[in-house]
Write a protein that binds this ligand. Sequence first.
Ligand code: GLN
Length: 197
Amino acid sequence: AQKIGVLALQGAVAEHIRCLQEVGAEAVAVKRTEELNELDGLVIPGGESTTIGKLMRKYGFIEAIQAFHAQGKPLFGTCAGLIVLAKEIENGEEAHLGLMDMTVVRNAFGRQRESFETELDIKGIDEPVRAVFIRAPLIGRVGEGVDVLSVYKDEIVAAREGTLLAASFHPELTDDYRLHAYFVDMVREASQAKANA
Ligand code: GLN
C-alpha cells in the first residue's frame, strides 16, 4: 500500500487518516520532519493557515516539504492546507510553502455564510462529490500549468498542478472518499514513475 502522511501540527488530522485508510492507503500522523522520509505522499489538512504556517516554520517543515515536493512526491492541501500550498495569498500576506501557482483569497465565502454544504462536479470524478465548506478560501487566479478541477458559483474551489492537489472544502468530513481515492491514485502514479526512472 502507499504510505501517506497527514501533517499533524494543527487541524483535521484524524479525519484525513480515516479517509485514506478507507481507500486502502497506509496513513500516519506526521509531527517531525524526519517522518517524511518514509512517505510517498502528504496531506496538509484544514485548520487555521496562519497557525499551521507558524508551526511549519518553527519545526522546519517549510524546507522539508519543499524538498519532499522536489522529489516528485504528491501533496494534497484542503482548506487551510490549500492556502499553505499557494504561491500567493491575496492581501499581501506572506506565502507559506509557495509551491502551487495560484493566488488564494482567505475566508472568501465567510462573508456570506460561515459554512455550507453542496454537491460539486469535479473533473476526473464521475458523479458529483459532497463538499463541506468552512470559512473556506477560494482560488482567485491560477497559472498556466494549473488544471482547474472544480468551480462553485464561478469561483475555483479545486485544482491540480502536476503532483499538487488543492481543495477549498473538507473532503475528510464526509463519507465520500473519492477525492482521497483520487489523491491515492496520484501517489501511486508518482511512485511508479519513480520506480521506472
Ligand atoms: N479560514 C481558515 C484559514 O484561512 C481556513 C478554514 C479551514 O481550514 N476550515 O486558514
